[in-house]
Design a protein around this ligand. Structure first.
Ligand SMILES: *[C@@H]1O[C@H](CO)[C@@H](O)[C@H](O)[C@H]1NC(C)=O
Ligand SMILES: *[C@@H]1O[C@H](CO)[C@@H](O)[C@H](O)[C@H]1NC(C)=O
Ligand SMILES: *[C@@H]1O[C@H](CO)[C@@H](O)[C@H](O)[C@H]1NC(C)=O
Length: 103
């Protein structure tokens, strides 16, 4: 029972969207700069995939960096979502939708 609860919690966290903003951290030689997630410096309007996560960082005009994760999605039975493949580009890496019509 404990194991089942743990699995449900992990699935919930993984399918939850996370959207955040990293404020500019004071390096005036670059347009946007963040040490978080190995983002580094970015040009205005540049979009960069965040390494190891299914998320994307966008450098905004005000020098803040907008982080976009996977948006929540609804699927109707018999379809269901499984974890996406982290090697695929964003947002394809988010989920994979499967539909079992056999049952
Ligand atoms: C500022 O950004 C440059 C790249 O644009 C980087 O080489 C340098 O280390 C950064 N400096 C600081 C203090 O973060
Ligand atoms: C970034 O995009 C905005 C909106 O499309 C545009 O107004 C701006 O000129 C762009 N900046 C650069 C440096 O391309
Ligand atoms: C994930 O995608 C990569 C690149 O498309 C592929 O090589 C790999 O086999 C995939 N992994 C799984 C578990 O599907």
């Amino acid at each position: 029972m404990k194991v089942l609860i743990l699995v449900i919690t992990v699935i919930f966290i993984k399918t939850e969207a996370w959207i955040g903003v990293i404020e500019f951290s004071g390096n005036y030689t670059s347009h946007c700069y963040a040490e978080q997630y190995n983002i580094g410096s970015m040009e205005e309007n540049e979009t960069r995939r965040i390494q190891g996560l299914c998320a994307e960082a966008v450098c905004q005009k005000d020098r803040s960096i907008k982080l976009t994760g996977c948006a929540p999605m609804m699927v109707k039975p018999p379809c269901y979502m499984v974890d996406g493949n982290i090697s695929k580009p964003f947002p394809t890496c988010c989920y994979e939708i499967r539909c079992d019509k056999s049952s």
